[in-house]
Design a protein around this ligand. Structure first.
Ligand SMILES: Cc1ncc(COP(=O)(O)O)c(C=O)c1O
Length: 383
């Protein structure tokens, strides 16, 4: 095959391509979408010593839907953190990350010509995967001027007889928009009216630090919940995510997709994910305290740099910040962020990579080196 035949699926997502285009090392990723990670020994220090040792683990294939003990731990996690008490282990299918779970959901449930409603900007895959399935993306735009809140008029008119799926990501990547329980109920009602699937990409829903809005009462038979180890728990090195559906036909279709992807999740990842989920409370408490502290640091930073503004997120790990025209001094946001990265080692991703052009960048609030990133950025701004 000649290189001219390489198809568009072979292109890197824009945010990865942008990071790779930067010359020199990145010292602090101020756009990181994960909570602070930890070593295996720190994870083990949180864990109950009654757990069987990893040395006893048999290194065979795991079962295709995910091991029984892990799926029970996933259900317990959902019961305890999100009060989703109706879930059963049989409703869960594990995947190699939320990414594989989402890809399987899109490919299992969409036909060419279907419409998929996504709030934009968004995590790039939520838009790209619709296109890969031949479905039409119906974008509902979130705007800084509207505090990133849902535009209900636009959302209502986005639905049609062709709507096959609505994808909700709250707390939202990259804006930080968080849906209230009441707003989520309104979306469920719309999905019921149009008989469409509702995908809840809840990867940072457990990152709660102000008032607790983690509760998700989504008892809808066409809802598919997605979650993962990487975001709120900060354990992306455990490559494990899951999809939850009460519909057996949907689960069978997801398992069929998985059979042509990872086939099964790694037994080692399953072991570590089980340990972390059973002991999620101190892990989340630590991660969420770091986010809360970083929000305070960022507000202090803003009091010294009026050229940057934001709408402080109520939950989650991410926010979108706005830079003044004076600060950009005629440069595009892409040129400015690239220069910032190459001169200071601080990575800030422009939101154009997520589908929002204009003077905006994604800010990640989950990392312990946040203060160092702000100090470097401050020097850059002070020129
Ligand atoms: C909203 C959203 N969904 C899904 C994913 C995929 O998660 P993972 O890479 O851990 O599979 C991400 C990753 O950034 C994300 O931000």
């Amino acid at each position: 095959m000649s290189t001219s035949q390489v198809n568009t699926l072979s292109e890197l997502p824009a945010h990865i391509a942008f990071s790779r285009s930067i010359e020199g090392d990145i010292a602090v990723n101020l756009s990181n979408s994960c909570a602070q990670t930890m070593t295996i020994s720190s994870l083990l220090a949180y864990c109950d010593s009654k757990q069987p040792s990893m040395a006893e683990l048999e290194l065979s294939y795991a079962s295709i839907e995910g091991g029984g003990a892990l799926r029970q731990a996933i259900c317990d996690f959902h019961h305890q953190v999100f009060e989703q008490t109706w879930l059963k282990p049989a409703d869960v299918v594990t995947f190699a990350g939320a990414q594989e779970a989402l890809r399987s959901v899109y490919h299992a449930l969409l036909q060419p010509g279907d419409e998929v409603i996504v709030m934009t900007p968004s995590y790039p895959s939520l838009q790209a995967m619709a296109e890969q399935c031949g479905a039409n993306l119906i974008a509902v735009e979130l705007a800084f001027e509207n505090q990133w809140q849902v535009n209900w008029q636009a959302l209502n008119s986005a639905f049609s007889e062709k709507t096959a799926m609505v994808v909700i990501n709250s707390p939202h990547n990259p804006t930080g928009m968080t849906l209230s329980e009441h707003e989520l109920e309104s979306i469920v009602n719309l999905c019921q009216k149009y008989h469409c699937y509702l995908v809840l990409d809840d990867v940072s829903q457990a990152s709660q630090y102000q008032q607790n809005s983690a509760v998700r009462k989504v008892d809808y038979d066409k809802a598919i919940l997605i979650n993962v180890m990487s975001k709120s728990l900060g354990l992306g090195g455990i490559r494990l995510g899951w999809a939850i559906s009460q519909d057996q036909q949907v689960r069978n279709a997801l398992i069929a997709q998985k059979a042509s992807g990872s086939i099964c999740t790694s037994a080692v990842d399953e072991y570590l994910a089980h340990l972390a989920l059973v002991n999620h409370q101190p892990i989340l408490a630590r991660a969420n305290a770091i986010i809360e502290q970083n929000i305070k640091l960022f507000n202090q930073f803003l009091s010294q740099h009026s050229a940057i503004t934001w709408h402080q997120p109520q939950a989650g790990i991410l926010a979108t910040i706005k830079l003044s025209d004076k600060l950009l001094a005629g440069d595009s946001i892409e040129v400015w962020t690239k220069r910032c990265a190459e001169q200071t080692g601080v990575l800030l991703l422009p939101t154009s990579l997520f589908g929002l052009s204009g003077p905006y960048c994604r800010l990640g609030l989950g990392q312990k080196d946040f203060a160092e990133g702000l100090a470097r950025l401050s020097n850059f701004l002070n020129g």
